[in-house]
Design a protein around this ligand. Structure first.
Ligand code: 6GU
Length: 273
């Protein structure tokens, strides 16, 4: 997969040299390129922002440097296309342009799985009050444009959000995580939060590891872990149970949910009372 990130703070993205994602880059699984937006300006001061039309606080990122930067990376993830298409063909799929913004759709594990299938992702890190809206319209001609938010809070710019998204997406690219089994049993992979985990010693500061985990009874352990997932999800993220497909529930799941105060109908999990 090719990933391009455009930012006025390329140093922010240095963390992508580290750990699992850094290793994936070294191994050639991720072709990750960071670009300085100011390299696409033409004035002496390398200006990237200006005051907003209509007034208001803060500054807005100018359209032209963004158009220059995005045009320069648009075809980077392709083989250059065929001879008669102006080099824009990439076999039918356009690169995805992800625009981090608190005004975007919320980034989810499902979205990470989808984006991990793409050949080319481009991230446009806005700062200040955002990027001139016309850039997103213009970019729609070449990119599949997706404004995306990490959640309902405000960051100063898209860089930290890109670190999070590249890590979430990159680890799902085949080969990046050594043991793909570890992607199966993790929070959000099945719509529930993960069960609690323990390691040695079995007794630590008067606290014992739940006995069932020492029993060697794998069936019972699996059942206990599932109950823990349901209990945690009910306590911490009841909104996830709201969305959960109740037809996936076993008899034991239903019993656990009933004990937790939920009513399980044919296709829904509803809080009782
Ligand atoms: Cl993706 N960007 C910014 N600037 N703020 C955010 C965000 C993204 N997600 C939550 N807050």
């Amino acid at each position: 997969m090719r990933i391009d990130v455009v930012s006025i703070f390329p140093e922010y993205l240095a963390a992508l040299d580290l750990s699992l994602i850094g290793k994936a880059r070294q191994d050639g699984l991720l072709d990750l390129n960071v670009h300085d937006l100011r390299d696409f300006t033409t004035d002496r001061h390398r200006t990237v922002d200006d005051t907003p039309y209509g007034g208001g606080a803060g500054m807005v990122m100018k359209a032209e440097p963004w158009a220059q930067a995005l045009a320069s990376v648009a075809d980077a993830g392709t083989d250059g296309g065929t001879a008669n298409d102006g080099g824009t063909s990439d076999g039918g799929t356009r690169p995805v342009l992800i625009v981090p913004s608190p005004a975007g759709a919320v980034f989810t594990q499902a979205m990470a799985y989808e984006l991990a299938e793409e050949k080319h992702l481009v991230f446009a890190c806005g700062r200040y009050e955002g990027i001139d809206e016309r850039v997103l319209e213009w970019a729609g001609e070449r990119f599949d444009v997706r404004p995306v938010s990490l959640g309902d809070y405000v960051l100063n710019g898209g860089e930290v959000a890109v670190l999070a998204m590249v890590e979430a997406i990159g680890r799902l690219v085949p080969g990046v995580v050594g043991n793909p089994e570890s992607l199966v049993e993790e929070s959000h992979s099945d719509g529930l939060l993960e069960y609690p985990v323990y390691t040695k010693p079995s007794s630590w500061r008067e606290r014992d590891v739940p006995e069932i985990l020492l029993s060697g009874n794998h069936g019972k352990i699996a059942q206990w872990r599932r109950e823990q997932q349901l209990q945690r999800t009910a306590a911490r993220r009841p909104d996830l149970l709201d969305k959960f497909d109740a037809s996936q529930l076993t008899k034991a799941d239903k019993a656990a949910l009933t004990a937790l105060g939920y009513e399980v109908t044919k296709d829904r999990i509803l809080p009782r009372g």
